[in-house]
Design a protein around this ligand. Sequence first.
Ligand SMILES: NC(=O)c1ccc[n+]([C@@H]2O[C@H](COP(=O)([O-])OP(=O)(O)OC[C@H]3O[C@@H](n4cnc5c(N)ncnc54)[C@H](O)[C@@H]3O)[C@@H](O)[C@H]2O)c1
Length: 360
Amino acid sequence: MPNVFGTPHKGAEPRHEQVVFCQDEASGLRAIIAIYSTALGPALGGTRFYPYRSEDEALADVLNLSRGMAYKNALAGLDHGGGKAVIIGDPAVDKTEALLRAYGRFVQSLNGRYYTACDVGTYSEDMDVIARESRFVTGRTTANGGAGDSSVLTAYGVFQGMRAAAETVWGSPTLRGRRVGVEGVGKVGHRLVEHLREDGAEVVICDVSEAAVERVRARHPEVEVVADSHALIRTDLDVYAPCALGGSLDDDTVPVLTAKIVCGAANNQLAHPGIEKRLADRGVLYAPDYVVNSGGVIQVADEIGGFDFDRAKSRASGIYETTKRIFALAADEGVPPAAAADRLAERRMSEIGRLRAILL
Ligand SMILES: NC(=O)c1ccc[n+]([C@@H]2O[C@H](COP(=O)([O-])OP(=O)(O)OC[C@H]3O[C@@H](n4cnc5c(N)ncnc54)[C@H](O)[C@@H]3O)[C@@H](O)[C@H]2O)c1
């Protein structure tokens, strides 16, 4: 059973503020909402709808994901803490209006301590349904005044992070003439290809979906396609952009990676914590995933105050400076960028969170 409360002791990492189990037997809803921290404001993070094998597995996932959101939101410069929710079930079979609305009532019952959004297995249309029961929902469809598909600014943000990495490695932020490998050309990956081609990069792609590859090739016949991620990581690259699933950098792939920069949208790209040091030892600059892929959460956070795409885009442009700050701190303190990112996030949570002690 994952440890929610634990035994607090000096120096221990902070634990989750609140974990809520939600059940509605008639609709079949079984959900867990985890709030890691509200130090910076109401917790914000998506709802994952997934057929977990057990409640323990769902709990472990939501605890981990909500903590990750606190760090991501902190470095994205948002006034939001970290939270996340999971609904246990197969979205293809179990997702009904009644279940989503029952879930919405539990989100509402937290009275704004937690804002939900899309994640694996949930879409903007689902947020529209949940929003019929709760005010604390974002990532709705544009037809309902929402921010719509968050992959637009996720891809833009990854591109900004990549520019920061290019400047750090080659002294100039352009990707012109660089060979960039994009693994996974789904919602985010295909948009990243657009930014890269516009900047003049040479692009190599792979995807397990033939349709996804064809969509890119239809617009960009010049883009090279390789068979799979195994081939992509070994091909001659300047930048490797994982935009499919997590864990693609492991003990087998890091030694054969040819790229000088890793910067992509996928969450949890490093298979285990030792990988960040192995990348650094090989002279590969790793742009921390949760920093460069925060454009999506910046997009949906903007919806809370009334969505304005240009304002959200301008905020997502800040990913360029944040990524540069992380590389600079990593160099100053002699730690890998992933560790530097965590330090900066913790610093913001503590410095800004502390201000709430000043009573207004
Ligand atoms: N969409 C967002 O706003 C957002 C925000 C933050 C992080 N992310 C992360 O970015 C990644 C991509 O998200 P997305 O929304 O584009 O998802 P998506 O499902 O639209 O695209 C993923 C693509 O990867 C392909 N793929 C899966 N396994 C593969 C493999 N082994 N090799 C090559 N291709 C493979 C799929 O066929 C699909 O085309 C995910 O890890 C997601 O968690 C997305």
